[in-house]
Ligand binder design. Sequence first.
Ligand code: SAM
Length: 431
Amino acid sequence: MNKIASKNAPNLRAISAEVTFQVIEQGQSLSALLLKRTSSKLDDRDRALVQEICFGIMRRLPELNFYLQTLMSKVLTGKNRVLHYLLLVGIYQILYTRIKPHAAVSETVDAVNSLKKSNLKGLVNGVLREFLRQQVPLKEQFSQQSEALQSLHPSWLVNRLKQAYPESRLAIMNANNQKPPMWIRVNQNYALTTEYQRLLAEQNIQSEIDKNVLSALRIVTPVNVNRLVGFDNGSVTVQDLSAQYAAYLLAPQNGEQILDLCAAPGGKTTHILEIAPKADLLAVDIDPERVKRIRENLTRLNLHAEVKVGDGLTPEAWCSGRQFDRILLDAPCSATGVIRRHPDIKWLRKDSDIPQLVSLQQAILNNIWGYLKQGGTLVYATCSILPDENQQQITQFLQTHTDAEQQGESKQFLPSAESGDGFFYAVLKKR
Ligand SMILES: C[S@@+](CC[C@H](N)C(=O)[O-])C[C@H]1O[C@@H](n2cnc3c(N)ncnc32)[C@H](O)[C@@H]1O
């Protein structure tokens, strides 16, 4: 992994420090920043290292900050604040990568020049060398801190999880702090899942079948998508196991009018059409940039749908009086079920976002219900694990809509190591 950088190459530690600084101090999204900073500028190996460091820092931020606070008497502020993040980059490499500790220190110290703070090289060098000397007692000290700090989650979320899942909260938070498994969805029109598994094995890619979800395969050691046989022709889609339930619960039929609302980037849109290619499907999302990705995914899979930019709060603007047999509402949510894939969520979300999201979900659900035919089915989905956005939302909806009934029990999946992400589903029928 470690690579001696040539003189003009972008400095990977400096990029990692700037990216993590912008996420935590400026509230920007980690994946958007990584795309901007690494996509065309770095080769695969360098990109992987920056990603590893930035994701790792988001996962372990309270621990890394604890070490720095203990080692440094003064907090770095103002224009020098970025060096706080460079020090986190250094400590993360020492503790959690295979880079040799002394190489990690010297590469990190070199990044000070790229950040144009050469006068503080001595400080960075000194703090990292002190960390090397003291890491064992520091780790011991961290292991004696409060459960909340050791959980590596913000206290508001620890409290909410404690309330909702008194027994399993530690397992959930532990799963959130791990690297996520890679799940793919095998397009059953291309190959059966067992056949595709054999094709992968011929390429020395080991995978495991899920016993409940027909199309799901877990790639034991994650690989780049271009190594997946037939990917460009739509053989498979990268999609988490829990997310694959959506289309099966919706149970789309050819010839039906179907609405996929909050559809971007189209993971579930394409699954619906793999199951019912002749359904008349409208896919809508509020974000024009993300809507482009629905179109790209449809093209890759050679599937057809009407795709629109639209706000779920104002369906009259884009629905032109249409009524649907089935609606999938994959509602905007806290994304607390997918923290392991987007660890910056822990630091970007605030407790006060939750009631706002609950109101938004409720308003979209109320509005779109009017566009479901009598006898029609609506699947309400979130990638949240918080009851306010999930079961409580549905209970409240059923109390206020006498023409709605729930079909079967709702499903609340919790994130777990070799299984799926945290997801919620409720299937509603219109009487
Ligand atoms: C969880 S993501 C959807 C994932 C997608 N269904 C899939 O499977 O690929 C939620 C989406 O809701 C969209 N969104 C947020 N607020 C919306 C609104 N008021 N109306 C429509 N879409 C909205 C976001 O742009 C985002 O793409």
